[in-house]
Structures are given as C-alpha cells and as structure tokens.
Design a protein around this ligand. Structure first.
Ligand code: SF4
Length: 332
C-alpha cells in the first residue's frame, strides 16, 4: 500500500509537529497568561476524550506529523493523564512524544510519565526566587516544582529536560544570571521565551518584551557563550557555555521570528485545529469526529486547513490583531 502524501502547507512547509492542549484548566495563575481568578473552564463534554485525541493523532501521524507535544493549561491536572500518554506512545508513527508542564505535579507523576513513553520534558519556571516565583505565578510552589525536577532528573530516559523561563522586562533581568548558574550546575537546558501577546489581561506591549538578545548578551558578559547549529524547524537558538558547562537557549518569537520553516500546528482542548499560534481562524474537528466522520474525511479537513496555514505571525506589524484565545486556551 502506497504511503499517503506528507502534510504540507501552501508555502511548501512540511508539517511534522502537533501541539495538543489536553485541558484549558491550570493550577497556576501566571501573570503573562491568566487572570488572578482564572478563566471560565470548558465543560467536561466539550473537551476531547482520550480516544478522540488518539484518533486525531493517528490520522495526523499517518500523514507525517510524527512529533506530538502535550500541553494545556496544565496537562497534569487532567485526570489519568499518563494513560493518554501511553495511548499516544503506542501509535506506530508517533516518533517523539513530549510534555510541557509547570512542574507542580511532577514529583507525583514523573515515574508514570516516563513509563508511559514521554521522551522529552519542558518545565516552565520563571523565577528561582521563592517570593518572585509566587509573584509571577500567584502560587507559592517553587520548592515543589524544584523537587519535581529532581525526581524527573533521576530518570535517564527523561533527558534532555528543558526549563523555560519567560522574558518579561522589569521582572526577568534579576533572574538572568541565577538561571545561567542553574543551567551550569544542573542537568537542565534553560531557555528564555519572549513574552507574547497571548495574555488574558491583554496587558502585552512590545516595551514589556525583554528580548532574547538582551538576555544572551547579559549572560555572555559573565559566562561566554558559543552558538550551536540550529535544527530545521527549531524554535530555540541554543548556545553552549564556552567552558563546556551546559547549554542555554533563547526562543525569540517577537524579536527574531522563526516562522520561515515552521512545521507546527495545534489542536485545542475542544478539538479546534489551529495552523499558527496567532491564528485568527480555526477548523473544528470535534463536530465531524462526533458526527461519525471517517479518517479520510478528517484527513481532508486537516489538509484543507493546513494548506491555508499562515506564512508567519504579524506581531511586529501595524494592525496586528491578537487571537481571541489566551495562551492557556491554545497551549504552548
Ligand atoms: S508564529 Fe505561527 S508561523 Fe510563526 S512559528 Fe509560531 S506557529 Fe509557526
């Protein structure tokens, strides 16, 4: 039987990576994402079931989308989450299964997640100082998150472990060198991610973005850095410490976009296909799925949507319109 055509967009980019939000719920209230009181959550029956997610991943993986990243909200708050991970890891064509988490439940779940087949872990930590961590996330949870990281690091299969910190002007400057030391002293690859216009408070402003280049320069001045080659489709610009003590990365979607070779699409918790983080349009896959559409029909809907994938985001352009959804309703 001939292999299906790979999934490509109208700009000739091959799509190989899907980010799946398995819940819009979260146990943190990060300022650059959620309001203090949270957001109105989706009802349970609005959220895709494990079987529905696995079905869509199966369709996608058969047309070349081999990398699956599980996100949220906070994915570990979804009950029985490791069972979903195991279902997806069992799909032949899924080659890489990764997780983005705030780390609060890692101490409890690390073993089950590794056993389920998750290959890579991204843990969001925006400050290494307890009070400032609380200020940013509105949760006094830093010790718990660091314990979770330690437990995870105990599993050789869990590496590389990436620690992602948001780059927010007026906050992150005091975190830069502590995180550089953290990357040099622990088996984690720290990456700084520029603040993006996806916050629920709609407080984003270009002036609030501490750019990756500013952070890189501040680190380089103390701990010289050497650039590592960039993988196609990679979001991070990675550097080695010149003295060999670890790596550090910068994800600069605002100041240095990486859209040209973007290979990503996203699926929201309620089954909407988004072809870009900043998409203003979505394709509903839940309705046809629940109406009995077969795999061929789902594939057709996905190909049609992806063919119209945006060339790039327009954050730095006049007239930029931010999506109605917030980061927690899209997934990282
Ligand atoms: S902004 Fe959109 S096009 Fe650019 S890298 Fe992100 S998902 Fe891809």
């Amino acid at each position: 039987m001939s292999r299906p055509e790979p999934l490509v967009d109208g700009h000739g980019r091959r799509i190989a990576d899907v980010r799946i939000s398995v819940t819009d719920r979260c146990n943190f209230r990060c300022q650059y994402c959620m309001p203090a009181d949270g957001l109105p959550w989706l009802e349970r029956d609005q959220v895709l079931s494990f079987e529905e997610i696995a079905r869509l991943v199966g369709v996608l993986a058969r047309i070349g989308v081999h990398d699956v990243r599980l996100t949220g909200g906070e994915p570990l708050v979804r009950r029985d989450f490791p069972r979903l991970a195991a279902m997806l890891a069992a799909i032949d064509e899924v080659r890489d299964l990764s997780l983005t988490t705030n780390g609060y439940l890692l101490e409890r779940d690390a073993g089950a997640l590794v056993a389920a087949g998750i290959d890579r872990f991204n843990v969001s930590v925006d400050s290494l100082q307890r009070d400032r961590f609380f200020e940013m996330t509105r949760r006094d949870a830093l010790p718990q998150v660091l314990r979770g990281l330690e437990v995870l690091a105990g599993f050789p299969e869990a590496h590389p472990i990436k620690v992602n910190a948001v780059g927010l002007r007026g906050f992150t400057e005091d975190e830069v060198l502590p995180f550089a030391r953290f990357a040099r002293e622990h088996p984690y690859e720290v990456r700084f991610i520029e603040f993006m216009p996806l916050d629920a408070d709609r407080a984003w402003d270009l002036a609030k973005v501490l750019t990756g280049e500013e952070i890189r320069a501040a680190i380089h001045a103390v701990h010289p850095l050497e650039p590592a080659p960039r993988e196609p489709g990679a979001t991070a610009r990675v550097y080695h410490f010149a003295d060999g003590r670890g790596k550090i990365g910068f994800i600069n979607p605002v100041s240095d976009p990486f859209c040209a070779d973007c290979d990503r699409i996203r699926l929201t918790a309620e089954g909407k296909l988004r072809t870009c983080l900043f998409s203003l349009h979505e394709t509903d896959l839940r309705a046809p799925l629940r109406a009995g559409a077969d795999d061929a029909e789902l594939e057709r809907l996905i190909r049609t949507a992806v063919w119209r994938k945006e060339l790039k985001h327009r954050v730095n352009e006049p007239g930029f319109r931010r999506p109605a959804r917030t980061m927690s309703q899209i997934g990282g």
